[in-house]
Design a protein around this ligand. Structure first.
Ligand SMILES: [Mn+2]
Length: 316
């Protein structure tokens, strides 16, 4: 069933018992923040809950889970957060694919795989939905939950720089700071701190940046060669996709990330200023949001680059 209102979602949440919360593989701030935020909130109401991730949460989110411990219970409800498609659960959680009771998401490409789905593609982050939900239930987040939800709102809006940072996103963030979210620390952790290898890899990648169509399209490639020589964690490749659009005049930014296996396959991020990124990605079976989307393509670096640029040109 499709849940259309926050009231309907709240009603489902109230009915949950012994909850397993699923987050997506290669977790980002939104899935981690929404998963842990919802988990801590349910626990604060006396509901048993755990959060799961196929790969484990990255160290950079340690400030959200350092005191987290799994609870012992017999699972009765399964909720997914920020998961558009069961494929994104990853190998470790794919066994849940047919067994998700409630899906809370903000991707309009959501496959509606759960028994009940609440999908609000106007929300910048699932963390914003969780925040509304907590308020709807007459509660306020404690400081740790505020940190969780602030993290997802900030990361999914690119530190409030993307168009999806609505007035409500800013107001919710302000509220969360009031409830104890450590905004300065979080934004420094999420957006400023990089390993030395990461900075040097960016220098290399930027050195190879390609410009097309009088500089309106820009393309970078994160190759295995670079990943290996700078010791980059493959789970930490997200920030690169923002680089092409930082160049003046670029309207469509394309980032190719080579897979470890098979090596002729690239995971591609498309970022745009005004063009429909999800439509560009959809040409190759991908999807996502209006200004940030992704797809995969196989071939040589040259072939894959040429295909992406040709498709992107249609949207200039
Ligand atoms: Mn998200």
């Amino acid at each position: 069933m499709i849940l259309k209102t926050l009231d309907e979602l709240a009603e489902k949440i109230i009915g949950l018992k012994n909850v397993t919360i699923l987050t997506h593989a290669r977790p980002d701030g939104d899935t981690v923040g929404a998963g842990l935020g919802l988990c801590y909130f349910l626990r604060s109401r006396g509901v048993k809950a755990n959060v799961k991730n196929s790969d484990g949460f990255p160290q950079k989110f340690g400030y959200l889970y350092k005191d987290y411990e799994d609870q012992d219970f017999e699972e009765q409800s399964v909720v997914s957060v920020d998961v558009a498609d069961t494929k994104l659960l990853g190998d470790g959680l794919i066994g849940y694919a047919e067994n998700v009771d409630l899906c809370i998401d903000h991707h309009y490409s959501n496959k509606l795989f759960a028994r009940d789905s609440y999908v609000d593609s106007d929300s910048c982050a699932v963390c914003l939905i969780i925040y509304r939900l907590i308020r709807k239930l007459g509660a306020v987040p404690d400081p740790l939950i505020a940190d969780c939800l602030y993290t997802g709102i900030s990361t999914d809006t690119g530190c409030f720089m993307y168009e999806n940072a609505s007035p409500e996103s800013h107001r919710a963030a302000a509220d969360l700071v009031e409830y104890g979210a450590r905004a300065a620390m979080i934004n420094r952790e999420m957006f400023q701190i990089k390993s030395r290898g990461r900075i040097l890899s960016e220098q290399k990648i930027i050195g190879g940046m390609r410009f097309e169509d009088a500089g309106r399209i820009s393309l970078i490639a994160v190759t295995n060669d670079i990943i290996e020589s700078y010791g980059i964690d493959r789970d930490d490749l997200d920030g690169y996709a923002a680089i092409p659009l930082t160049v003046e005049g670029v309207e469509i930014g394309i980032t190719l990330k080579q897979l470890a296996e098979p090596e002729d396959t690239y995971k591609i991020s498309v970022r745009t200023v005004e063009a429909d990124a999800s439509a560009i990605a959809a040409a190759f079976g991908g999807g996502g949001h209006k200004r940030a989307a992704g797809c995969s393509l196989s071939g040589s670096l040259e072939e894959v680059s040429a295909k992406m640029i040709k498709e992107a040109e249609k949207f200039l």
